[in-house]
Design a protein. Structure first.
Length: 277
C-alpha cells in the first residue's frame, strides 16, 4: 500500500500562502488579483491546447496517474532488500512446495502477496519458465510502468508550457481592449492592471502547480522503476538458487551511499546462507 506524500501538498500550500501573504501586504488586496475572465483564458485555454496535443485516452490516463501525486512508493530500496533477506527461507519453502505439489498447492500463498510485480515473478519461477523469458516479461512490465509515469509527467509539463503563453494572450486581449478606450484616461490604469493579471495567473499555474507536479511524477516513476528492477534481480536470484550473501551483494549495488548507511544502521548483518534448490 502506498504511503502519503506530505511534502507535495505542503509545498503547494506554502507557495500559495507566501504569494497570498505578499499580495495582502499591498494596497490593492486579494480582490484586485481576481478576474474570472483571466482565469477562463489561462486555465481553460491552456487545457484546450492540451486536448489538441494529446489523445482522449491519454487525457483520461492523466486523471488516473495523478492519484499517485500525493502518494509515495510503498517500499524504498532498503525495504526491498529486507523483504528478500528476511523472507528468504519462506520463499525457499514456497518454491519447493510449488515444484513438488504444483501451483494449485500454493494458490492461497500467492494471493497473499500484495505486490503484483512480485506475484507475477514468483508465478513465472514456479512454472519453470526460462530465465530469458522471465526477464523479457518483467522488463516489459517495468517499461509499461515507466511509460505511464513519463507520459503523465510529460502532460503536466506540456500543460505548464502552455499556461504562460495563454496568460500572455489574455494580457494582449486586455491591452487591446484598453487601447480601444484611450479617450477615457480614467480606465487606463485599471485596464492595465486587469490585463496583467492573466500573465500572473499563467506564471503561477505553470511554476507552482503544473511543472512541479510533472517533475514530481517523473521522480516517483524513476523510484518505482528502481524498485521493480531490484525485485527483478531478487526474483532471478530465486530462480538461480543464489545464497542470501550473493542476493545481498546484488541488491545493495542499487543503493547510494546514504541508502547503504541506512541499510547498515538498521542492524544488517550477513545472513545465514540458504540455497534455493
Amino acid at each position: 500500500m502506498k504511503r502519503s506524500d506530505i511534502l507535495t501538498p505542503i509545498g503547494m500550500l506554502l507557495g500559495i500562502g507566501l504569494i497570498v501573504f505578499a499580495i495582502s501586504q499591498g494596497n490593492v488586496g486579494l480582490s484586485g488579483f481576481y478576474d474570472l475572465i483571466s482565469v477562463i483564458i489561462t486555465i481553460g485555454g491552456s487545457f484546450a491546447a492540451l486536448l489538441i496535443t494529446f489523445s482522449f485516452d491519454e487525457v483520461k490516463m492523466m486523471g488516473s496517474i495523478s492519484k499517485v501525486l500525493f502518494k509515495t512508493p510503498a517500499l524504498d530500496k532498503v525495504e526491498v532488500i529486507h523483504i528478500f533477506k528476511e523472507d528468504w527461507e519462506e520463499i525457499h519453502n514456497f518454491i519447493t512446495k510449488a515444484r513438488k505439489d504444483g501451483l494449485l498447492a500454493i494458490e492461497s500463498d500467492i494471493e497473499e502477496i500484495n505486490d503484483s510485480f512480485m506475484k507475477t515473478g514468483l508465478e513465472l519461477v514456479v512454472d519453470g519458465i526460462e530465465t530469458d523469458l522471465i526477464i523479457e516479461i518483467l522488463n516489459n512490465n517495468i517499461s509499461e510502468i515507466e511509460g505511464r509515469y513519463m507520459k503523465g509527467a510529460k502532460m503536466y509539463k506540456t500543460w505548464g508550457s502552455y499556461a504562460p503563453a495563454f496568460g500572455m494572450i489574455g494580457t494582449l486581449v486586455g491591452l487591446i481592449q484598453m487601447l480601444a478606450e484611450l479617450d477615457n484616461p480614467d480606465n487606463i490604469a485599471s485596464g492595465m492592471a486587469a490585463a496583467l493579471i492573466t500573465t500572473f495567473y499563467g506564471a503561477l499555474l505553470a511554476n507552482l502547480i503544473l511543472n512541479p507536479l510533472g517533475f514530481n511524477l517523473e521522480n516517483k516513476g524513476q523510484r518505482e522503476v528502481e524498485n521493480r528492477e531490484m525485485m527483478l534481480v531478487g526474483i532471478l536470484s530465486i530462480k538461480n538458487g543464489d545464497s542470501t550473501r550473493i542476493l545481498e551483494e546484488k541488491l545493495t549495488s542499487f543503493l547510494n551511499e546514504k541508502e547503504k548507511a541506512k541499510y547498515n544502521k538498521d542492524g544488517n548483518v550477513d545472513g545465514i546462507e540458504k540455497n534455493v534448490a
